[in-house]
Design a protein around this ligand. Structure first.
Ligand code: SAH
Length: 343
């Protein structure tokens, strides 16, 4: 019989499992607490009897991650390349801010979305991560670094809404008071715009912050850089976002990577302004990270400033993302790619 992967269960499922194997409820809570502390064996669960530890060892698995590569930037950003138990690899980035330690984690091995500027999607999607594997990045980065993780951004490799069930299960688990107890308000989920799933998320009542990778204000331009736009166009995307905002009363963030000569003119900024003006939103401008294979180059500081000014002068709150970790392979997918290609 296949062993039960405990971190893929919710707290309630784990409780049910313990009841089904003839143990008391409170045992499930004890085990849950150990799992999220990052123990790697049942032996370490010292408040359980030897007999129970042996029983769990023969029927259940504690998934673990191995640090395959670790890069530390001058600004304190740490990038991990983790190896999963089947040998696949994922990236996570742990940041070192004055006010805390956010972590950016992956939701899939590779990605199927095909965004032209992104390194994660170059080899397609290999597989989805399970809820436990998504949590393991937070658990093992915290354990390895000694930091207390303050925020989580689902903005690493993969499209979270293309792995909807595992991602929402992960959010509920990481949220749980017996686990890491990180509030949904401290979790941001970034999507390229899978409209059907944005509506589903709105109905789910998980108060996460939704980020939408927009990158262009019209269909012609967006379809050129983001193939998902051919399936769900801008009008459909904005309808779904209106629904999301109405249902949750939460502000959405638009991610907009500025690519020189592609989407960074003042005219394009004015189009973007028309699209988002009056919406409960925030625009985050990101100078595109150049990835060798894509050929895209980041906008100049002057063009970035001009673009930002159009939005700000018209009342749209706008930030330009600090380029953390630019001396390491900060852009998602780069470190894994380098590892796979042995460069
Ligand atoms: N699939 C999700 C989350 C992963 S990508 C999404 O599309 O939102 C995380 C963010 O990084 C997205 O906004 C994505 O568009 C952006 N991104 C990917 N490659 C980039 C690059 N080379 N430079 C700047 N931003 C990039």
């Amino acid at each position: 019989m296949e062993k039960v992967r405990l971190k893929d269960l919710t707290f309630d499922e784990l409780t049910e499992y313990f009841l089904s194997i003839g143990h008391k409820k409170y045992r499930a809570k004890q085990v849950y607490e150990w799992l999220y502390k990052g123990v790697e064996s049942f032996e370490e669960m010292t408040n359980l009897s030897k007999e129970l530890r042996d029983q769990l060892d023969s029927t259940c698995v504690i998934t673990t991650l191995k640090v395959l590569r670790k890069q530390v930037s001058k600004d304190g950003t740490i990038k991990y390349l983790f190896e999963l138990m089947d040998g696949e690899t994922v990236e996570s980035v742990l940041m070192d801010y004055k006010h805390g330690h956010p972590i950016c984690i992956s939701t899939q091995v590779g990605c199927n979305m095909g965004c032209r500027f992104c390194a994660s999607t170059l080899g397609g999607k290999v597989r989805d991560l399970t809820a436990g594997e998504i949590a393991d990045q937070v658990i093992f980065a915290a354990k390895e670094s000694g930091y207390t993780i303050s925020n989580i951004v689902l903005m690493g490799m993969g499209e979270p809404l293309d792995n909807y069930d595992n991602v929402t299960k992960f959010i509920k688990n990481i949220n749980h008071h017996a686990g890491m107890n990180i509030g949904a308000r401290h979790i941001a989920l970034s999507t390229c715009g899978i409209v059907s799933k944005i509506k589903k998320l709105a109905d789910e009542c998980l108060p996460v912050t939704l980020s939408v990778s927009l990158h262009a204000p019209n269909d012609e331009m967006r379809s050129k850089v983001m193939p998902v736009n051919k399936k769900y166009n801008i009008r459909q995307l904005f309808e779904a976002l209106d629904y999301y905002i109405k249902k949750t009363n939460r502000r959405v963030t638009f991610e907009y990577s500025l690519i020189s000569g592609v989407n960074d003119s003042v005219g394009t900024a004015k189009e973007l302004l028309k699209l988002v003006k009056g919406m409960l939103c925030h625009v985050n401008l990101i100078p595109v990270n150049s990835v060798r294979e894509t050929g895209f180059v980041k906008s100049t500081p002057e063009d970035i400033l001009a673009f930002r000014t159009v939005l700000e002068q018209n009342g749209v709150t706008t930030t330009v993302r600090r380029e953390l970790g630019s001396d390491i392979d900060a852009s998602c997918g780069q470190l894994r790619r380098r590892h796979e290609n042995k460069i």
